[in-house]
Design a binder for this molecule. Structure first.
Ligand SMILES: NC(=O)c1ccc[n+]([C@@H]2O[C@H](COP(=O)([O-])OP(=O)(O)OC[C@H]3O[C@@H](n4cnc5c(N)ncnc54)[C@H](OP(=O)(O)O)[C@@H]3O)[C@@H](O)[C@H]2O)c1
Length: 304
């Protein structure tokens, strides 16, 4: 049977199976077992990046093969234990979406209720299995405004229908603002103790935070600069990169550094790096947020 696939791209796809009464779960488990739907879930999600709530991850108990897994948890030190090296952790939905955008394939929102509810405003597609049952349950799929969505495909299966939805209007843009440190067209990078890779110094500007405060905070956390050392910090250039078709809007603020910063004890080495070198250094890494958002903006602004 021909089935519409999900091509790669920056799409946020909700994938869920829900009953006539919108139930998706009961006591932490899915209240039905339909092997055809498991096979469908696998086909739709293979090669993509799953974002799931900690409760859903616990009910599965391991990362699913062939997919990148991001778990959202509010617990600052939550880890996937023996699978920690294969499971990425985010502490908010937007952090999970930012991170997923740096990973392979589409972003698949894999549940459960809390995660579906919070991710719905960012979703571009839904791939829903309508289960022809009315089971008891304590977890439901959220209501969505049907006129904002267009049904693009409906395929009947055993006691179910698979339905594809596409959002009619574009979803809101997520703005990611980050700070980086620059001097003579070179960015400041450090190699942390015991690691072999250099990373950009800087980080995300939190909501409501001024770029100068973010610069101080990041520099203090990462290179051990005190606010006094930062006084020669010069201009902040706000650079916008809004590639058409991208959900994420990245902004980079550059703090211009004069002089040579002192480095913190946990840093083995500090280096000013040209953009090409920094890009190559970042590419085979896990593509962290900063490298993903800041470098493309800088390269656009300062083409080599
Ligand atoms: N039928 C289906 O297609 C389907 C698919 C998936 C799941 N399910 C079912 O759904 C049920 C679970 O759903 P659920 O709503 O209880 O749980 P969930 O969304 O899987 O996970 C909830 C947890 O996610 C974390 N979380 C939620 N919002 C967050 C935020 N804004 N920032 C950081 N962390 C956040 C919290 O983890 P911490 O407590 O660690 O902070 C929270 O306890 C189960 O019954 C499961 O079987 C069904």
């Amino acid at each position: 049977m021909a089935e519409p696939g999900i091509p790669d791209g920056a799409r946020v796809v909700m994938v869920a199976a829900y009953a006539r009464n919108r139930v998706i779960g009961n006591g932490g488990e899915i209240p039905w077992h339909i092997s055809e739907d498991f096979a469908h879930f696998k086909r739709v999600t293979l090669g993509h990046t799953l974002v799931m709530g900690r409760a859903t991850y616990d009910s599965i108990g391991r990362p699913l093969p062939g997919r990148t897994t991001i778990v959202v948890s509010r617990q600052p030190d939550w880890s996937a234990g023996e699978y920690a090296d294969r499971v990425l952790v985010a502490h908010s939905i937007t952090e999970a979406l930012d991170l997923a955008a740096t990973q392979q394939g589409d972003t698949i929102i894999a549940g459960g209720t809390q995660t579906y509810e919070q991710a719905m405003p960012f979703a571009t597609h839904q791939v829903l299995t309508e289960i022809d049952l009315e089971p008891e349950g304590d977890a439901r799929y959220p209501e969505f405004t049907e006129h904002e969505w267009r049904e693009t495909e409906r395929i009947p299966g055993p006691g179910l229908e698979w339905v594809w939805w596409e959002r009619q209007a574009p979803p809101p843009t997520i703005v990611v603002s980050a700070i980086a440190f620059m001097r003579d067209r070179q960015v400041l990078t450090v190699r942390k103790r015991g690691t072999g890779k250099f990373m950009l110094v800087g980080g995300k500007i939190e909501a409501g935070e001024a770029p100068i405060d973010a610069a101080r905070r990041e520099a203090e956390e990462e290179v051990g600069l005190s606010p006094a050392d930062l006084e020669p910090l010069g201009s902040f250039v706000g650079l916008a990169a809004n590639e058409p078709g991208h959900l994420l809007h990245s902004e980079a603020y550059l703090a211009t550094v004069e002089g040579e910063p002192r480095i913190a004890a946990e840093i083995d080495e500090m280096r000013w790096m040209g953009l090409d070198e920094a890009d190559a250094e970042a590419r085979d890494d896990l593509a962290p947020l900063l490298e993903h958002h800041v470098l493309p903006v800088l390269r656009k602004r300062f083409p080599s």
